[in-house]
Design a protein around this ligand. Sequence first.
Ligand code: AHR
Length: 538
Amino acid sequence: MTINRRQFVLAGLGLIAPRTTRAASARIEILPEEKIGMISPDIYGHFTEHLGGCIYDGIWVGENSRIPNIGGIRKQLVDNLKRLQPPVIRWPGGCFADSYNWRDGVGPRSERPRRTNFWADTPYLAKAPDGPPKYDPNEFGTNEFVRFCKLAGAQPYLAANLRSLPAYDFYQWIEYCNSPAGSTSLAGLRAAGGDREPFRVPFWGVGNESWGCGGNFTGDEYAVEFRRFVEWVPRFDVHLSFIASGPNGPDYAWTRSFFSKLVEKGKDKLRSVYGTALHYYCGTSGNGDAIDFTVDDWYSLLAKAKRMEELIRNHWQIMGEIDAEHRVKLIVDEWGAWHKTADIAPGYLFGYFPTLRDALVSGITLDIFNRHADKVAMANAAQLVNNIHTSFLTSGDKFTVTPVFHVFEMYAAHQGGTSVRTEILTPRLRPESAMGLPTLSGSCSLHGQHLVLTIVNADDQHAQDTEISANVGRLSPVAARVLTSKDIHAHNTFHDPNALEPVDQKPGGGSSPFVYSFAPASVTRLEFDLVGSPLNSG
Ligand code: AHR
């Protein structure tokens, strides 16, 4: 085999891909002066629900557990969660939220009522006849959740019950959380639960999936409810951000009817909404198994993840028809792949081992959020632990981080940076199942004179030798970190928690353009200093 000059250069840098060698197949040009917007750290948020093993045995093990805990909260989870720099965590649902009475989860733990969980009637729970999650002991309530957030360094985001509690309870839950120490009876109740100082909860969801489990409203019916709930609540000097229940995937009619009805009493009502919450799960593919899937299933799931981009664009455009100044932002407070298997522990509804495929779903999705940093103010992966698109798995004293965790940790470097336009010239993937998915996709953020570039290579077989440059200045590579495996089914288990983890590479010399080979089936983070350009990230 003869080697061309470019391959020679790549080989010299030690960057020739292990499986395939060929001339550069892609080009990336970063345009640091073309700023899209600040990447809200809240895009890297999480979601926790009283569902399966998420709360009980996931976060909460109880103070008397032999599992190391901080006041009942699983210590190993907190320690690892901190590595993700979690900005915000949503709770208590999901669908659970609209059946939940916050009063059940406050006051002395031993006196709290035991209630039927929203998810009790799903067939999966046949394996958990008596205990949680079918029946909720309410040991984990508002105080415990806020303490968990504090331990992790995250802001709490509470989802209120709009379907089955009156607006007065919403009012009082805010009072319970945020009224100053010693000021109200509810502040006293909070203090009796161990937290004298106010929680100062900033984010409040007004219902969840109000088009479905949250009340089965139409968009305009819900707009009326929303206006009523947020019209008058106590503020206590806390800036409250109200999040409206938004559309289910491509339900554009919901967005249009909600906003049209909302402003019927004046455009100033737009000021009462911080964001509208889109939910989009790219689901599964093939037979729905999390681990046992074909190459076509690989491509079709990644292609479905890419749909997030069209949803953001289209909803944003409709919002702009009514909210021309775009005061209201998009919040994607539930997203992820969702497979059909459930094999972690009895009663762990939707608990399975995410694979490298789910890591790529994460990378594709987070890159989309970064690229739309001007539109997306917050996002919350569903869910944090033991559930759906999870970052952590636990069972008793067993614990592992998942491939999804690793992507969140790699991408945390984008938080607070300025998203900049980045053009990626890359072939479309050939298999029909890929539905025109580009081989490479990614995003780039600017931090002073430092650039963070994340790239997903969806090609399961071929490395992509790529020329990377900036249109101003020169890229000086400083670091490279890659998550990949020869096996697209790779995943971590309780027995082998390090089976799939990222590796650091030497990024090579300072050639211009910089040439890098993105490994097949990979998520990569490259970091550069931008040399010879007088840019500021402002
Ligand atoms: O995340 C699981 C469920 O998916 C949530 O409870 C609900 O909001 C959505 O349908």
